[in-house]
Design a protein around this ligand. Sequence first.
Ligand code: HPA
Length: 251
Amino acid sequence: MTMSVPAAPVGIIGGTGLASLGTLEITGERSVTTRWGEPSSSLVEGRLGSQPVVFIARHGNPHRIPPHQVNYRANLQALYDAGVRVVVGVNAVGGIHADMGPAHIVIPDQLIDYTWGRASTFFEDELEEVTHIDFTWPYDSSARDVLISGARNAGVPFSDFGVYGATQGPRLETAAEIARMERDGCDIVGMTGMPEAVLAAELGMRYASLGLVVNWAAGKTERVITMAEIEAAIAEGMSGVKQILERSVAE
Ligand code: HPA
């Protein structure tokens, strides 16, 4: 007799514009708490194809928690406690690189952290020793590869590289800040990529990000950035994000 081992669930952290996944066959929903406090939303458990998935809405559902107030530690710990070891974070971002305009999808391979004052480590109390994790490659290469093949199969335009600059928010940047970030090497800018990536790494989880560009970053066009253009890009690009998730996770 053979016994099949149940597959570990994949965690999906939905960002702005992705508070739920329509194609997820929902099997349960649980409100949980962690030693770091409450996560942003309940955990929605389900399946994409045969793959178990645990979904969490980063900004809450409805969308109400700003990027600097998200309890990233509780979100990652809740996923970990649910058995998740592979996490995909979906992030709305601004485009800096000339090829990364609205509705484009980016699977970043590096990041620069400009955030401040966020609880950004699990290693700070009741320590037996000081821990410095290696963070040379902030995104897991095997998780990225799965997303890249999923994006190729889905046939949606995307970039398989990019430096994610994580800013504090909730305001958008000045044109000079974006010019500086471009000189630093940033290709996209968002407010939620950190400390999410490092907390996943501290827990030993494989983490990759799907960035949906929802506006040109400040100063990249003559115009100011409006919520209307952001909403239009979300409407245009989120179906591609969902297709990539389905192709990557379910197949
Ligand atoms: N800057 C920072 N975060 C963002 C942006 C931006 O232009 N667009 C979406 N998230």
